[in-house]
Design a protein around this ligand. Structure first.
Ligand code: URA
Length: 423
């Protein structure tokens, strides 16, 4: 087989054969196909797409490039959630313990922040002592002990995706629905979960800016999961404004703990409960304990504390706080009708909550607290947003990304997507 023939076939709008796909993914992982050849193939896929059979085969080849995890030693059904990423999206933190408290096992492999979107591991690492890297044996131990584990994927899981994702990131080929879908699903299938709920975000703060694109991504991923015998459900949910009131790392952990204590912002609670019900139903465990009760009766909090301790963290430790704050006040009286997720996400990233280069550290204390959410009445001069940073020199660029990111309107006409758009 020849790389140039495979590139030409896709460049000219043809369908890749199963043999071509198996060979291309394997040869690239082994270094036989050069980076420039795979970058040409990725661009041809971005421009000409792949049909359902091609996407399924591509995903299969990426799964086969590495190990597959196996949870059959557990006496509980496994279920997991994947979010396509957003601003203030801390849902995994309360969700995994809630679902475990209702009887399922949750083996959650999570990622780090990407651009303006936050990463679950960066948030959890703000808890003193907490470790993201676990061996498969340690994962099994935490799952047995706590019922849920949140950790980093090992290097042996879908190595073809690890290499290809890094290449796509620098060749303008991230935004391809077949490549995004196969990238996410190869890791989730290799993770060995028995059921999967996808939270596909829509809006300015998400990868998918429109409902149409998000629906196509969701349908492609559900198709891949179903073809692999994985019970897969997708929700389309709003990411035109931040989720909850906290955006950053430690501030999002604190907000998640509020939710686990039975409080917290309504949107975070509503999405956590809805996704938990979907995860339990996909695992065949509906009809048992309800997730809303697990938040009320403290059982989800008990799982959280066991899960954090089992990974070396101290659930009672003080969380890091940034040294400097800057307050933005409401310029007028009225209703906050818009708070743009992308503007807030970029501002939090510039404050230090995210990375400029993948090897950079994040600031655990950096981030933003939104004192008002769209729909809230505000009075001129009241605090609207508080910015937190370790270094006051970061405020200027963060403030630039918040220019035009919110509207206050006397008539109070809200301009936003419903929290749960579709299933
Ligand atoms: N997340 C992934 O894991 N892969 C993509 O391609 C995009 C988002």
């Amino acid at each position: 087989m020849d790389a140039i023939d495979v590139i030409r076939a896709k460049r000219d709008g043809g369908e890749l054969s199963p043999e071509q796909i198996d060979w291309a993914v394997d040869a690239y992982t082994r270094g036989v196909i050069a980076e420039e050849q795979m970058s040409a193939l990725a661009m041809a896929i971005l421009l000409n797409g792949m049909n359902r059979a091609e996407v399924a085969r591509w995903t299969e080849a990426m799964i086969r490039s590495g190990e597959r995890m196996d949870w059959s030693a557990l006496d509980r059904s496994t279920t997991d959630k994947h979010s396509t990423g957003g601003v203030g999206d801390k849902i995994t933190l309360p969700l995994a313990p809630v679902v475990a408290a209702c009887g399922a096992a949750v083996p959650q492999l999570s990622g780090r922040g990407l651009g303006h979107t936050g990463g679950t591991l960066d948030k959890l690492e703000s808890i003193p002592g907490w470790r993201a890297s676990l061996s498969p044996e340690e994962m099994l131990g935490v799952l047995r002990d706590a019922g849920a584990v949140i950790c980093a994927a090992g290097s042996g899981l879908a190595p073809a995706d690890r290499k290809l994702y890094a290449l796509r990131d620098v060749t303008g080929t991230v935004e391809s629905i077949p490549l995004i879908a196969s990238s996410i699903m190869s890791k989730k299938i290799a993770e060995g979960t028995g059921a999967l709920v996808l939270d596909v975000k829509v809006g300015s703060g998400a990868f998918m800016k429109t409902v149409e694109n998000a629906r196509e991504l969701a349908e492609t991923m559900v198709g891949i999961g179903t073809d692999h015998g994985l019970r897969t459900v997708a929700l389309l949910t709003a990411m035109d404004r931040p989720l909850g009131r906290a955006v950053g790392n430690a501030v999002e952990v604190a907000e998640s703990v509020e939710v686990l204590a039975g409080g917290g912002p309504d949107d975070v609670v509503e999405l956590t409960v809805r996704l938990a019900r979907e995860m339990l139903a996909a695992a065949g465990l509906d009809g048992g304990k309800d997730p809303a009760d697990a938040l009320r009766d403290g059982s989800a909090m008990d799982v959280w504390r066991r899960m954090i301790s089992a990974q070396g963290g101290d659930p009672d430790a003080e969380l890091p706080v940034a040294a400097e704050t800057h307050e933005i006040t409401a310029p007028a009286t009225g209703v906050l009708t818009r708070l743009d997720a992308y503007g807030v996400g970029v501002a939090a990233w510039r404050l230090g909550a995210g990375r400029a280069r993948k090897e950079d550290p994040v600031s655990f204390g950096a981030g933003i607290i939104c004192h008002a959410k769209p729909g809230d009445k505000v009075t001129a001069g009241q605090p609207l947003l508080t910015l937190h940073a370790d270094d006051a020199s970061r405020f200027e660029r963060a403030l630039e990304s918040l220019e035009g990111a919110y509207d206050i309107d006397e008539a109070g006409t809200l301009d936003q997507l419903p929290l749960i758009i579709d299933r």
